[in-house]
Design a protein around this ligand. Structure first.
Ligand code: NA7
Length: 539
């Protein structure tokens, strides 16, 4: 598993892929299978993407392993054994390494390399791509598979003041951090913070959790798989491979067709308990559709969830601090938890409510909240990401007539099907904004579907002897309008979270993820292909 980093300096490629995570590895594989000369670039020193970077304690997938995997190789499906229903980061990273080895992908990946700029050369119909290693590549197609949650948000500029150690969860050192017996502070209680907190509470000396907004977390029912369980799932792979493509969020479950409002109070409760017992995201996106667009239903389901949280916390005053009240259940990303709430019953754990008095910053010895200093040895920043647009905006991409993607998205986040942007020929934005793959999807499903679309599109251009493709401004306006109409019918726009860009100051507000359903999105994508890219400028 050696990761050779030899830079290629100035070579010309058919395609440059950015990223060697789930999407990037598959994109590299597919384009190479088509006979293209492809190079993938990754800032990391090895494959894995999200599962390379997010190696904090307790990092775990919250999609079931039997649907969070590649479908393209029967041999791979036969060979790989998942050990759990919800695999840990190390297992997922091992899987991606296994895939990279099995399909000999590493030889076409340049690691430790960050794209610093990409400019479209209209005369030559090629991208000129520069990196921090001094490379200047050219490529006909530029496929970003850089991830939708890969640009970390690192708050506070005064890190130098602090004598202890600071680590963002998505930049966790490979050698780990010894937290045993230490005074540890965690900032952030999103899906990541929850996984960290529940994992380290029993190891550390003291744990201070700095919480600005509590979340509604649903208990994860994880289970170990033995051969019998694995074989039972394996027998279902042919069905799952097909069914995940058409459900609301790319899992094997789908929204219920039954109406919540048609049920009696007893029936509602029974239905919610049944969904809750599944211990997965199905309580959220495999339950009642009205949860997402009907305020009354949302209020009832939110209250059901609040009661579940309260029941876990011994101190009723503390319980109220951990119960979300400022937004409805499911209008922001729902985290799964394993023992998270119970942590607050421990003597060594303190919740520091920073909703009213914010964290002022670091001191030499810890963190300052108002007048109070919290002495700490380690501060863990579980403070999230500049989602959807962050990775691409940080790449300095310039399309036709020198237009800047960073500038465009700083005013208005636009794309066509989340896959291309008007004015940026031959740029493909897998996991870009305004598609379900901006995290309203089981990522493995959506990323593979998008990579397949990009691959088919490139195949079409080559078959037709065409040089470039980009959506027309009308096509883009159509998609943005449909996206917005769909988003505005839901309750998600009313909640401040990274889903709407609200976690980044000044970020234009728009639901980053398309929420019309994975099945419907796929139909739009298929239609672009079968219509021979009607509404696109094919030159
Ligand atoms: P999230 O969900 O964006 O959570 C970030 C957390 O950090 C959230 O609780 C924030 O509070 C908190 N935060 C950020 N900056 C600060 C400051 N300055 N002070 C206090 N608290 C702060 O990121 P995650 O990494 O947990 O999850 C991202 C996705 O990864 C997740 O949704 C899954 O899809 C996988 P806030 O809520 O803004 O008040």
């Amino acid at each position: 598993m050696s990761n050779i980093t030899e830079t290629r300096q100035g070579a010309d490629y058919d395609a440059i892929v950015v990223g060697a995570g789930i999407a990037g590895l598959y994109q590299l594989y597919r384009l190479r299978e088509m006979g293209l000369k492809v190079l993938a670039l990754d800032a990391a020193s090895a494959v894995g993407g999200t599962w390379y970077w997010n190696r904090y304690p307790g990092a775990r997938v919250d999609s079931q392993s039997y649907v969070y995997q590649y479908w393209f190789s029967d041999e791979l499906l036969e060979e790989w054994d998942w050990s759990e229903r919800f695999p840990s980061q190390p297992e997922t990273e091992r899987y991606l390494n296994y895939v990279a080895d099995k399909f000999d992908l590493r030889k076409d990946i340049q690691f430790n390399t960050t794209v610093t700029s990409a400019h479209w050369d209209a005369e030559r119909s090629r991208w000129l791509i520069e990196t921090d290693q001094g490379d200047a590549f050219t490529a006909t197609y530029f496929a970003s598979c850089a991830g939708m949650l890969s640009a970390p948000v690192i708050p506070f500029t005064d890190h130098e003041t602090f004598k202890g150690q600071i680590a963002h969860t998505a930049r966790w050192p490979r050698e780990g951090i010894d937290l045993r017996g230490k005074r540890v502070g965690v900032i952030g209680t999103g899906a990541t913070g929850i996984q960290v907190i529940q994992t380290i509470a029993a190891q550390v000396g003291e744990l201070k959790v700095f919480q600005r907004t509590p979340q509604y977390a649903v208990p994860m029912r994880n289970e170990a798989y033995d051969d019998a369980a694995r074989n039972a799932w394996r027998a279902q792979y042919p069905r799952l491979r097909e069914s995940v493509q058409h459900t609301f969020v790319g899992f094997d479950f789908d929204l219920m067709t039954e109406s919540y409002l048609d049920l009696s109070p007893q029936e509602r409760l029974a239905a919610l308990e049944k969904l809750w017992a599944d211990g997965s995201l199905s309580f959220w996106v495999g339950g009642f559709a009205e949860l997402l667009d009907n305020e009354t239903v949302n209020a009832e389901i939110s209250e059901f969830t609040r009661a579940k949280i309260r029941a876990r916390i011994k101190d009723p005053v503390l319980a109220e601090k951990l119960v979300p009240k400022s937004f409805g259940f499911g209008t922001a990303r729902v985290p799964l938890e394993s023992g998270y709430y119970d942590v607050y019953n421990r003597d060594n754990v303190e919740l520091v409510d920073v909703s009213e008095t914010p964290i002022a910053g670091f001191t030499e010895n810890g963190l300052l909240v108002g007048e109070q200093e919290y002495p700490l040895d380690v501060v863990i920043l579980a403070t999230g990401f500049d989602a959807g647009t962050g990775a691409l905006s940080r790449m300095d991409i310039h399309g036709r007539d020198g237009r800047s993607l960073t500038e465009l998205w700083s005013k208005d986040i636009r794309s066509t099907l989340g896959l291309q942007v008007h004015g940026f020929p031959n740029l493909f934005t897998v996991a870009g904004p305004l598609a379900p793959s901006t995290a309203f999807c089981n990522m493995a499903t959506c990323l593979q579907q998008q990579v397949d679309w990009v691959t088919d599109c490139i195949a079409y251009l080559r078959e037709q002897g065409r040089n470039s493709i980009e959506p027309s401004s009308e096509k883009e306006a159509w998609w943005v309008q449909h996206h917005d109409e769909t988003a505005n019918e839901t309750l998600l726009m009313t909640t401040n979270s990274w889903y709407t860009g609200a976690n980044i100051e000044g970020k234009p507000r728009r639901l980053l993820s398309y929420i019309g359903g994975v099945g419907k999105y796929r139909e739009f994508c298929d239609e672009a292909k079968t219509s021979h890219y009607e509404g696109y400028i094919v030159a």
